[in-house]
Write a protein that binds this ligand. Structure first.
Ligand SMILES: Nc1ncnc2c1ncn2[C@@H]1O[C@H](COP(=O)(O)OP(=O)(O)O)[C@@H](O)[C@H]1O
Ligand SMILES: N[C@@H](CCC(=O)OP(=O)(O)O)C(=O)O
Length: 396
């Protein structure tokens, strides 16, 4: 049996055991996409009310719910009666500001009907990249949950610049689940799950009810074609599922418009696509390092070192480093890639980029004579390394 308990006690023990798993789920991140939240005239108020009611029912069972809601840009576009979604960044950002106000206002009104208090949290990638700010965000969100308030999160689209974007809310919801050690991510979209290929272009596509591991073939089957208002399509959901999987958190992609979808999911019905988690939970600090930290440079390593890191749980020694890129100091997060450029992991470096360039390819016994000092044998110690590479078809 493949199962494991997390902090909140939810145990996933394999396909076919959804009911058992969901009966133990305590903390859940629900992500809702733009497509189902908007209609011709603006926000789809019926949908906002319907989802709020379902979420309030879940909240009343004592579960902790974090809502990641898209829809600000789409709502702003409609409110400003723009002919189409703007392509210019200032207009898109202005539309997000207009739309976010309507979005949170409608949620607040809808949740008030059920006596649930909500809070608006707008984040940029930068807020989670710095370790201290990551912990700040976690403390604030945990306080809201302790107060029984339901946080409604979106990317702070109005101020964020391209290189600091989460990219899409699928990704953001997986990172929030890691930040808060949630039991599950439920991604509600305009289609009832992952199909064998994009049903918009392939009429004989079939739904995939269960994904044990995300292979590159599966990634390729999920295209980045979106609905009218979406960002990232199914591709970004699969990438998000991969991040959640690596942290030991399952994710469900399901149709948000399916009647009573959340109840069905919590009753253990086989709706949507269930992405299984890895059978070992990743520690909070490693989640930050692997998925939120902003790498400042890169180590390219040889085959032997790649094998030692990925398959044998070893630290990175200077002898295996072939190239160093970037300018960084001691303690910075650095990406580790193999000779083909595939990311193997991210770690906190014991040596600056300048020193790493001097010692690359050298045995640890020579470090002292080269640098005139030697703090560590390892360039990245195992305890400060997150292996993100997971490809069952081909090991490095
Ligand atoms: N393999 C696939 N299975 C299901 N949907 C897919 C697939 N590939 C692409 N898609 C598209 O992804 C869309 C959902 O993504 P998106 O529009 O970004 O939704 P959201 O706004 O909910 O994030 C679907 O409408 C569908 O056309
Ligand atoms: N932050 C943006 C949504 C970005 C996004 O990922 O959209 P979607 O693919 O619809 O979940 C907004 O509120 O419009």
């Amino acid at each position: 049996m493949k199962g494991q308990a997390n902090n909140n006690g939810a145990v996933f023990s394999g396909a076919g055991n959804r009911k058992e798993f969901f009966s133990c789920v305590k903390r859940v991140v629900v992500k809702v996409g733009s497509g189902i939240l908007t209609e011709e005239t603006g926000l789809n108020l019926k949908m906002v009310k319907n989802l709020s009611q379902q979420l309030a029912e879940l909240h009343a069972t004592g579960r902790e719910i974090i809502l990641v809601s898209s829809g600000a840009v789409a709502a702003g576009v409609r409110k400003m009666q723009l002919a189409k979604r703007p392509t210019e960044i200032p207009e898109k950002q202005a539309a997000a500001a207009v739309g976010q106000a309507s979005l949170i206002n409608e949620y607040e009104l809808a949740f008030e009907e059920h006596n649930v208090k909500v809070a608006q949290v707008l984040l940029t990638r930068d807020d989670l990249a710095a370790r201290r700010r990551y912990l700040n965000a976690r403390n604030a969100l945990q306080t809201l949950l302790a107060w029984k308030v339901l946080p409604i999160i979106n990317e702070n689209d109005t101020v964020v610049v391209a290189e600091l974007k989460f990219g899409d809310n699928d990704n953001l919801s997986a990172m929030i689940a890691q930040l808060l050690d949630a039991d599950v991510v439920i991604n509600l979209t305009d289609i009832d799950g992952l199909y064998t290929s994009d049903p918009r272009t392939c009429s004989d596509a079939k739904i995939v009810p269960y994904v044990e591991r995300i292979t590159s073939a599966l990634e390729q089957s999920a295209s980045c074609h979106t609905g009218q208002h979406g960002t990232g399509g199914m591709a970004s959901k699969v990438i998000a599922a991969k991040k959640a999987h690596a942290a030991g958190i399952p994710m469900i992609v399901a149709g948000g418009a399916t009647s009573g979808v959340l109840k069905k999911i919590f009753d253990g019905e086989e709706v949507g696509t269930f992405f299984a988690p890895k059978n070992k939970k990743m520690a909070g600090k490693k989640c930050w390092l692997g998925f939120a930290a902003n790498p400042k440079g890169l180590f390219m390593i040889d085959k032997g070192a790649a094998n030692a890191l990925v398959n044998n749980g070893k630290s990175l020694l200077p002898v295996g480093i072939k190239a160093v890129e970037g300018a960084f100091g001691v303690g910075a997060p650095v990406r580790v890639v193999d000779l083909d450029g595939r990311e193997l992991g991210i770690g906190l470096t014991n040596y600056s980029s300048a020193d790493a360039r001097k010692i690359k390819g050298k045995p640890s016994s020579e470090l002292e004579s080269i640098l005139k000092h030697k703090a560590y044998d390892e360039v990245i110690h195992r305890d400060n390394l997150v292996v993100t590479f997971e490809d069952q078809e081909e090991n490095p």
